[in-house]
Ligand binder design. Structure first.
Ligand code: FO1
Length: 307
């Protein structure tokens, strides 16, 4: 069984671990959001690619959901003592090696796709991780701070400001056509079905859907999404702040309708949201709280059954 998933960070990665547990023989390809990527201290940092790689490779810090387990923060502390303006970014010492090695490989001429494959050779995630694109595209958030309107990088808004500054707009900034990375469209084409895990519908799934050709490729595929919103609130993260920025209500129904029936064939909502309808989409209500691997695997089975 060939499964393709479009994913972002923590929620998506956790769900995919459940997919692997439920379907160990499935061939899983993950098209990962790169809009969160940023360059700090001259290093290329890819939060969602790393979160998926560490989660499926068993290197993730379970409590944070991002970064490495058994982490230390010596470099971050030293940077703060130097008054670095980006000391707010959670730069872990073990995670730092990933940013250093990725940057080293890219300076050597490797594309992000090739770098991801090289890093995954160590982590063996049991899935093929593809960046959504090899070209540079970054999510910026338009905010008003101290009476001044400005666009800041998503990571600054998300981490330094905890998404507390109201976002007037969330924009994927890129130069020229946003072309899919090699293999992305082919993977979608060859898939038996496509899953949209409970990632952030705006800055993760929404970003991947902006890549040229991906939305069109999904029209011909059976696509099942999993709501990241339960009972009117995001399970974790601050998807509500992102949804507000695009004028979408924070509800399982609104997000399902936001994706729409031109993309979705099926929509999984939590039992708290039974009765949700999405025109043209088959909706099923199952427990969606990923409390442990077994419940996540049950969610994965429900999504695959619906697909
Ligand atoms: N999230 C935070 O809330 N605080 C951080 O300091 C932080 C650092 C960080 C470093 C590497 C990485 O791969 C992820 C990191 N994240 C952090 C998570 C990340 O900002 C978000 O998970 C995604 O960008 C949103 O999906």
């Amino acid at each position: 069984m060939r499964i393709v998933a479009l994913a972002g960070g923590i929620g998506g990665a956790r769900f995919l671990r459940g997919v692997q547990h439920a379907y160990p023989d499935a061939e899983l390809t993950v098209v990962v959001n790169t809009g969160d990527d940023t360059t700090l201290y001259g290093l290329r940092i890819c939060p969602d690619l790393d979160t998926v790689m560490y989660t499926l490779g068993n290197g993730i810090d379970e409590e944070r959901g991002w970064g490495r387990q058994d982490e230390s923060w010596r470099a971050k502390e030293e940077l703060a003592l130097y008054g670095s303006p980006t000391a707010w970014f959670g730069l872990g010492d073990r995670d730092l090696a990933t940013h250093l090695r990725r940057t080293q490989l890219m300076l050597g001429g490797q594309s992000l796709t090739e770098v991801t494959a090289t890093l995954c050779a160590r982590w063996q995630p049991g899935a093929t991780l593809l960046p959504m694109t090899d070209s540079q595209a970054e999510t910026h958030v338009t905010v008003v701070e101290d009476g001044q309107r400005k666009a800041i990088h998503f990571q600054e808004w998300w981490i330094k400001h905890h998404a507390a500054l109201p976002a007037e707009a969330i924009t994927l900034v890129h130069h020229g056509d946003l072309l899919p990375a090699p293999g992305v469209l082919e993977a979608v084409e060859a898939a038996d079905f496509v899953l949209l895990p409970p990632s952030n519908p705006v800055v993760s799934i929404g970003t991947v859907l902006q890549v040229k050709g991906i939305r069109e490729a999904l029209v011909d595929k059976r696509v099942v999404g999993v709501s990241p919103i339960i009972g009117g609130a995001p399970v974790r993260g601050m998807a509500d702040a992102c949804l507000a920025a695009i004028g979408v209500e924070t509800s399982a129904e609104a997000v399902g309708r936001h994706y729409g029936s031109d993309i979705l064939d099926g929509w999984l909502v939590d039992t708290a949201d039974v009765g949700v309808t999405v025109p043209g989409v088959e909706v099923r209500a199952v427990p969606l709280l990923m409390t442990d691997l077994e419940t996540t695997a049950a969610m994965a089975r429900a999504a695959v059954d619906l697909a």
